[in-house]
Design a protein around this ligand. Structure first.
Ligand code: NAP
Ligand code: MG
Length: 493
């Protein structure tokens, strides 16, 4: 079978609720598109509030069932390891399905979506057997003669509503499912309406791996209806959200109102800072990779480039040349170096933001236009901020292959500019000087600071945002903390 045939064979067009494949109760569906062609590739259920209620009910029942609650941690670990093996064994079809639905180049679907998901599942599987509390001595003096034994234990937070975006559909789903299941929670997952297909196939593999019915449920639908119903549902104990800051604000407000646990992984406008001791070639490669990876549809995309004056012209010319030389094409095209935007709507938004550059005084030095063909292509774009004022492109997240570049002459000044953003997700500094790197690390307001690299993530490395880039951290021990409640126990004897 060709990769496209494999992808088509892996399409599932029903939701998984309580271990059963279901249509929406009112039979409503919506279309799923191939962003490289604009063709409809599937129709999946549009879940209503009633369907969300059924999914949350199934997750609650599974949470309380003896099968899940009393499962040995080692048995949960084994299930997650089996799921990782199944993701790898079905890696070709999952990667092809992601490329068909999301548009990213097939090698990236293989490496990031499939390879990354297996890696995250295995890492989090190991945590299932390592969740622990502490014992400590207290000084409670009353009543006289009574002694106390006190300790903490971690218990699953409960039913998790996971809402994820379309940029890394499978990986983002696994970033939430893997730690939640490792901790003994149950999950209702809502993928983005643009990209529901790999989540549905993953859920099927989870059943095969031995995840009990109802422990992982996947509902498809849009944010305003399905997502909002999940966020409001009183049976959900925690919402784990990745997406835009605007939607994160709505969800945070609702969860605050209901005193529901919430983790928000939101947008970014991450700076890339090249100091004057850096070699031009490495800076060009680094800056181009930081913005153009995954077609710029990365929350930590290095979308603001600050270059020391002596290197500025050369680095910007180098990144512009890389952009101009980029071959656009569908994700299955072996010659393509960059794929389409995920949807027509998103392409139009990216173009609108690019179109602000000229009138505000920026100079488009590469790209600035749509790509050819019926797919949702945008040429990789480099804008030189010659206006010497904060353009819209310096402030607003584009979530596309659009870079705005600025020169600087003073390191403290550039660190101030880098921090002058409502976002604080990622930042990178490019230098061979340890003293300068450490100074920047200390000053930058960002959840992750990279030195001489950008966009690198690992399941052991906490990930999340300062400021409007979010609340909470994923990965590592932080993820386990996020999917458990801490219970203090105090025994008098
Ligand atoms: P989005 O519009 O915020 O959507 C994210 C998810 O939320 C989707 O599943 C969406 O559903 C759902 N949603 C929308 N409105 C909702 C509502 N009122 N209630 C509940 N759920 C709702 O973001 P996006 O455009 O898909 O993704 C891009 C954004 O994600 C960017 O801002 C990016 O920076 C951010 N992101 C952050 C991280 C991180 O870890 N910090 C990682 C990746 C992406 P529908 O789309 O189906 O309507
Ligand atoms: Mg959306």
């Amino acid at each position: 079978m060709t990769p496209i045939e494999q992808a088509r064979a892996a399409i599932r067009q029903q939701m998984l609720i309580g271990g059963e494949w279901r249509k929406a109760q009112d039979d409503a569906t919506f279309d799923v598109f191939d962003p490289a062609t604009g063709n409809v590739i599937a129709q999946v259920p549009a879940a209503s509030a009633a369907d969300v209620d059924a999914a949350v009910g199934a997750a609650r029942e599974a949470l309380q069932s003896a099968e899940w609650r009393h499962m040995l941690p080692a048995a949960r670990e084994r299930i997650l390891l089996r799921l990782a093996d199944l993701v790898e064994a079905h890696g070709e079809e999952l990667a092809a399905l992601e490329t068909l639905n999301q548009g990213k180049l097939l090698p990236w679907s293989q490496a990031i979506e499939v390879g990354g998901s297996a890696q995250w599942l295995r890492y989090m599987a190991g945590w299932a057997t390592k969740i622990e509390g502490t014992t400590f001595d207290t000084s409670i003096a009353f009543p006289p003669g009574v002694r106390y034994r006190t300790y903490t234990q971690r218990v699953p937070v409960g039913v998790v509503g996971a809402i994820v975006p379309w940029n890394f559909p499978l990986a983002m789903a696994v970033w939430k499912i893997a730690p939640a299941l490792a901790c003994g929670c149950t999950v209702v997952l809502k993928p983005a309406e643009e990209t529901p297909l790999t989540a549905l196939r993953l859920a099927e593999l989870a059943l095969e791996a031995g995840v009990p019915r109802g422990v992982l449920n996947v509902i498809t639908g849009d944010g305003e209806t399905t997502g909002a119903a999940l966020v409001r549902h009183p049976g959900v104990d925690k919402i784990a959200f990745t997406g835009s800051t605007e939607v994160g604000r709505l969800i945070g407000a609702q969860c605050g109102q209901d005193i529901r646990r919430v983790a928000l992984e939101l947008g970014g406008k991450s700076p890339v800072i090249v100091l004057d001791d850096m070699d031009v070639e490495a800076a060009v490669m680094g800056a181009a990779g930081a913005i153009f990876f995954n077609h710029g549809q990365v929350c930590t995309a290095g979308s603001r480039l600050y270059v020391a004056k002596p290197l500025y012209e050369k680095v910007v010319a180098g990144v512009a040349a890389a952009a101009e030389g980029t071959v656009l094409g569908g994700g299955f095209d072996a010659n393509a170096q960059m794929g389409p935007m995920v949807s027509a709507r998103h392409r139009d938004r990216v173009m609108q933001l690019i179109d602000t550059a000229g009138p505000e005084g920026g100079e488009v030095v590469a790209g600035g236009k749509r790509g050819e063909g019926s797919g949702y292509f945008v040429r990789p774009t480099v804008v030189a901020n010659t206006a010497n004022k904060p353009l819209t492109l310096v402030r607003e997240e584009v979530f596309g292959p659009v870079l705005v570049a600025m020169p600087f002459s003073d390191i403290n000044d550039v660190l101030r500019q880098a921090n002058d953003s409502r976002y604080g997700l990622g930042a990178s500094v490019w230098t061979h000087r340890l003293d300068r790197a450490q100074h920047a690390i200390d000053q930058l307001e960002a959840g992750t600071v990279w030195v001489n690299t950008h966009n690198m993530v690992d399941p052991a490395m906490p990930f999340g945002g300062f400021k409007a880039s979010g609340i909470g951290r994923e990965h590592g021990r932080s993820a386990i903390d996020g999917y458990t409640e801490l219970k203090s126990v105090c025994i008098a004897y």
